[in-house]
Design a protein around this ligand. Structure first.
Ligand SMILES: [Fe+2]
Length: 133
């Protein structure tokens, strides 16, 4: 399981805190899936919270990029849009193969977030830090 650690820091406290919140919600989902607790109420509640928080978090970063005229805004936003699209098209009603569906969803979320934080968000954090020095 992916617990937040210092190697995830993007040198921006607000973004780091938001990432911690996101990881916490994904970990809640991981626990429910690990326990095979596929009850509609649990899954829908957690995924709903995840969607809401992703929206808040992406908007925060995108506003920051606009504010600082970040040169890589297009690529960064494109990556955000990939996850937005994935979330919109996720069907939590897929009860035919819940094991596969939920474990694939979880793997996708962990992989996406890890790669995005390590590669794309770190660049943004560094850029903003340099400008605020
Ligand atoms: Fe981002």
């Amino acid at each position: 399981m992916m617990m937040w650690n210092d190697s995830f820091s993007v040198s921006n406290d607000e973004i780091d805190n938001q990432h911690k919140q996101l990881i916490e919600i994904i970990e809640e989902l991981a626990i429910v899936i690990h326990n095979k607790d596929y009850s509609y109420a649990n899954i829908i509640e957690i995924i709903g919270r995840l969607e809401d928080y992703i929206k808040v978090h992406f908007e925060y970063e995108e506003n920051l990029m606009l504010k600082y005229s970040y040169p890589n805004i297009e690529h960064h936003t494109k990556e955000h849009n990939e996850l937005r699209y994935k979330m919109q098209n996720m069907s939590v009603f897929d009860y035919n193969k819940p094991d596969i569906f939920y474990s694939e969803t979880l793997t996708y979320l962990f992989d996406w977030l890890t790669k995005h934080i390590m590669q794309v968000d770190k660049q943004l954090g560094k850029y903003v830090l340099e400008l605020s020095k």
